[in-house]
Ligand binder design. Structure first.
Ligand SMILES: *Cc1c(COP(=O)(O)O)cnc(C)c1O
Length: 387
């Protein structure tokens, strides 16, 4: 057998040739879908790799090894959704009486998990604006166990200095967790900067085709991996073999997709900035974005999501009514362009006053360009805004 390519290969090559790239038993360039719940045991006294598919499934295992390889982690775990991944990661490291410091502009589902569920089990939290590292330091209590980050934030694309945040977490012996959904491992690998656990909604860029719901947890150490596995096997929110295969299929084109989508996001950001009806563009790739330099330092790109603020509510409504190529929908990271309206979608549950305080106005629109021609995408937005 040829030796497996290691880190000596470039990332684009690694996506296709590490871990779950090939079926080890036949050499097939696509791992089979093992629709099996149980596995015949030849000798009950001997452990075999698979015995029951909640505990392990060969298709899921191939995906999990791929996820670990792409994030430069030791262990990867695939879950039934991003929220299953996030809740399982938190359950793995928190216990009654613990406290977590968590980024303010966190994904809505994570906000609900922390504020509605974890508190029921005696786990407290403090939300902080993590773009200022001093806020993290100030919020740490003797019982703080976890620092939970998400960068860029949603929908205002605020940037946190991850290396600086990890330094603070380390000095207080906290476990750092980051939601890397918006960047994908192609552009950002936080474990390399000392983060302990990476979580993903694989529904977005990793899957990339708006055709499945999935989540991932990748750990920096075997020990943390074991803790996450215990929750996965105990609570059982595993990803099924069919979706595991579909996700692996999506990951094969991650590099090609992200590069094209990022290029479109960048072009849209620069060109929309020149439109009279656009009052603000939020994109870390713009040189005047407050997090631009940090992002340039810590990541391999600026991502493929941007937000714009229109000059009026009527304008925002007109765009949503008139667009023909963009789909008005929740979610992001798919090959078809998606336009979201945070005030009525992702942040609808937030009281209007708090939303405005956070900078999420009723004129704000989030854009996740897909693989369509960027001029068509721009024309669709501009025509709809004026039409
Ligand atoms: C979508 C999303 C989630 C939740 O993932 P699901 O797959 O929908 O459960 C978590 N974090 C971020 C940043 C997301 O965009």
């Amino acid at each position: 057998m040829k030796s497996k390519p290691g880190k000596r290969f470039n990332y684009d090559t690694r996506i296709l040739h590490e871990a779950g790239a090939k079926d080890p038993s036949t050499g097939a360039l696509s791992v089979p879908i093992f629709n099996a719940s149980t596995y015949a045991q030849d000798d009950v006294d001997k452990r075999q790799p698979f015995d029951y598919s909640r505990s392990g499934n060969p298709t899921r295992k191939a995906l999990e090894d791929t996820l670990a390889a792409l994030e430069n982690g030791t262990n990867g775990y695939a879950f039934a959704s991003g929220m299953a991944a996030i809740s399982s990661a938190l359950m793995a490291v928190l216990k009654q009486g613990d406290h977590l410091v968590i980024a303010q502009d966190i994904y809505g589902g994570t906000y609900r998990l922390v504020t509605k569920f974890l508190v029921k089990y005696g786990i407290k939290h403090t939300f902080v604006d993590t773009t200022n590292l001093q806020n993290i330091e100030k919020a740490i209590l003797p019982e703080t166990k976890v620092l939970f980050l998400e960068t860029p934030s949603n929908p205002l694309l605020k940037i946190t200095d991850v290396e600086g945040a990890v330094k603070i977490a380390r000095s207080h012996k906290l476990i750092s967790i980051i939601d890397n959904t918006f960047m994908s491992p192609y552009l950002f690998r936080p474990l390399d900067l000392g983060v302990d656990i990476v979580v993903h909604s694989a529904t977005k860029f990793l899957g990339g085709h708006s055709d499945l719901i999935a989540g991932a947890v990748i750990t920096a150490t075997e020990e943390l991996g074991h803790e996450v596995y215990t929750v996965q096997n105990t609570c059982g929110a595993v990803l099924g073999p069919n979706d595991s295969w579909l996700l692996m299929r999506g990951i094969k084109t991650l590099g090609a997709r992200i590069k094209a989508q990022q290029e479109s996001a960048s072009q849209l950001a620069f060109r929309l900035r020149e439109q009279k009806w656009v009052s603000k563009v939020y994109y870390p790739g713009l040189p005047n974005h407050p997090g631009h330099n940090i992002m340039a330092d810590q990541a391999d790109g600026f991502g493929a999501v941007l937000s714009i603020e229109t000059d009026s509510l009527e304008r925002a409504s007109r765009i949503m009514k008139n667009v023909k190529i963009w789909s008005v929908a929740v979610s992001l990271g798919g090959v078809e362009s998606i336009l979201s309206y945070p005030a009525k979608m992702s942040h609808a549950a937030m009281p209007a006053e708090e939303r405005l305080k956070a900078g999420i106005t009723d004129n704000l629109i989030r854009l996740s360009p897909g693989l369509e021609d960027v001029t068509d995408l721009l024309d669709d937005l501009c025509g709809s805004a004026k039409g």
